[in-house]
Design a protein around this ligand. Structure first.
Ligand code: KIV
Ligand code: ZN
Length: 543
């Protein structure tokens, strides 16, 4: 079976393939539960990405469930393509096929390494074997779905002549997208551009597939490499929100999209457009970028550095006097894009103390949150509690409440009550009450070096799982003395990292909630089957 030629409409713009839920989730400590993955997938759909790589279904029952629920609930007719990752084995491909089947537009992404170093030390296979397996597995995936993506892992370090042969066979077997990964973030922009150019010139049937790129940021070059790839013919970019992912992360979606948006006159000719064409190069709604970045940071516990391009706290602030003066005279002196364009200023004061349940529900709906009755009730109680303490409730406050609720699970521990006493002449003492997964209420107390330490020690007396706290950070959601405090923590248990995040007007309460949330993730991981890593764990024999 050979691949169908692509409709022109798919190649005169750049397709955005988001892999936050797959490669992004492979970041240490970024593990998400099924509900959190669904929340992110819904937001990615609002952001307007073309493809969501929802996970690696063969990894574990939890991963399978997440991909199939995203396929059912987000992969609608007018929604994005939903993709599942599979190593080049029948069992992986079958699991991916079963998980994405519910999507209106399902895709299977299968991969096998092609660099000699991976062949010799990881796969223990010859080039000849890989040349057979790749098309065989693409053809197998094609028996389940029309849309099959193939990746030669570590393409950046593969022999180009061998790469051309594998790609030609994969396309002939039905691959409609060929994805070129710089798996270890080793190439430079001109080298990566040359790889794409070489593929365009040397793979005879390349016009029957979209060329995609995938890259890691080990040398900080992933975004630059992708932009060079676009100039040489790549039309799909695989990226993650905030650039999260293995090691130094993946190419950051927000940086790619905004580079293509702000510099579209530069890129237009490479896509065969008139230089001054105003037609967007991607279909991403850039005004959803900031909100998506916050959501992913909150749910994964991966903080965004303040100087991070596009979404960092300082990206649009002008500290120095010279810059402020210039910006006041004319914005364009020091600003190449408007904070409005990424939705940074979309933080309206919407509700207050007197707002009722209906106003609350309507505003949440406008913000894109459609909560079930029970979730809505819980979130409304949190809102009322917050409105007693804080005069104006903004959209970001509402989002913080809903994101917090997404992280709560009835099967896990729940903080019911907390009381702390401290001061310059007092010994910090905390009493906590937690509801166990079995529904029992347990209370304990502890003394610590400070209030947070006392709280953590008290919680440890109830949830007795050894762990080491490795990161603790407090930030405010909005400005003002009554602002919500957001606490993000990371803890380690037997070399595995777990994160927790919570927001509250009281930062001690937020600290306790964040810690409980991280311990819950740890507890849940101890109860469940260990998920396989798609690239590091042994593949099942092909058969
Ligand atoms: O980095 C990589 O090579 C990958 C592949 C699975 C595409 O993530
Ligand atoms: Zn990767």
């Amino acid at each position: 079976m050979s691949a169908q030629p692509l409709p022109a409409s798919q190649t005169d713009r750049i397709l955005i393939f988001d892999t936050t839920l797959r490669d992004g989730e492979q970041s240490p400590g970024a593990t998400l539960n099924v509900d959190e993955k669904l929340t992110i997938a819904r937001q990615l759909a609002r952001l307007g990405v073309d493809i969501i790589e929802a996970g690696f279904p063969f990894a574990s029952p939890g991963d399978f469930e997440a991909v199939s629920k995203i396929a059912q609930q987000v992969g609608t007719e007018d929604g994005p393509i939903i993709c599942g990752l599979a190593r080049a084995t029948r069992s992986d491909i079958e699991a991916a096929a079963k998980a994405v089947v519910y999507a209106a537009k399902p895709r299977i992404h299968t991969f096998i390494a092609t660099s000699d170093i991976h062949l010799e030390y990881k796969l223990k296979k010859t080039r000849r074997e890989v040349l057979e397996i790749a098309p065989e597995m693409v053809a197998y995936a094609k028996t389940f779905v029309d849309d099959v993506e193939f990746s030669p892992e570590d393409a950046g370090r593969s022999d180009p002549e061998f790469l051309y042969q594998v790609l030609e066979k994969a396309i002939a077997a039905g691959a409609t997208t060929i994805n070129i990964p710089d798996t270890v973030g080793y190439t430079t922009p001109s080298e990566f551009g040359a790889i794409i150019k070489g593929i365009k010139e040397n793979v005879p049937n390349v016009d029957q597939a979209i060329i995609s790129v995938h890259g890691h940021n080990d040398l900080g070059l992933a975004v630059a490499n992708f932009l060079e790839a676009v100039k040489n013919g790549a039309r799909q970019l695989e990226c993650t929100i905030n650039g999260i992912g293995e090691r130094a992360g993946n190419a950051a979606l927000e940086e790619l999209v905004m580079a293509l948006h702000v510099r579209r006159q530069y890129f237009n000719p490479f896509l065969g457009r008139a230089v001054d064409s105003e037609a967007p190069l991607t279909q991403v709604d850039t005004r959803q970028i900031y909100k998506t970045s916050r959501l992913v940071s909150n749910l994964t516990g991966m903080l965004v550095q303040p100087n991070k391009a596009i979404v960092g706290a300082n990206a649009f602030s002008h500290e120095s006097g010279i810059h402020q003066d210039g910006v006041l005279k004319h914005k364009l002196t020091y600003e190449i894009m408007d904070a409005q364009s990424i939705g940074l200023n979309d933080n309206q004061i919407t509700l207050g103390k007197l707002s009722g349940r209906n106003a609350f529900r309507v505003r949440l709906k406008e913000l894109g949150f459609d909560l079930a009755d029970q979730e809505l009730n819980r979130a409304f109680l949190r809102f009322k509690d917050m409105a007693d303490k804080k005069k104006d409730i903004t959209d970001w406050d509402l989002e913080a409440i809903v994101n917090d609720e997404a992280q709560q699970s009835p099967e896990l521990f729940r903080l019911e009550h907390i009381q702390v006493s401290c001061g310059d002449h007092a010994r910090p003492t905390a009493t906590v009450t937690l509801r166990t997964p079995e529904g029992e209420e347990l209370t304990d107390a502890a003394i610590g070096t400070g209030p947070v330490d006392a709280v953590y020690r008290a919680i440890n007396r109830v949830i007795d799982i050894p762990n080491e706290l490795i990161e603790f950070s407090v930030q405010s959601v909005t400005q003002g003395i009554d602002a919500l405090g957001e606490v993000t923590i990371r803890l380690k248990h037997e070399e595995v990292i777990f994160s927790g995040h919570a927001a509250n007007t009281d930062i001690i309460v937020a600290s306790a909630l964040a810690y409980t949330s991280a311990l819950n993730r740890l507890y849940a991981s101890l109860q469940s089957v260990k998920a396989l890593h798609p690239q590091h764990d042994e593949a099942q024999p092909v058969g």
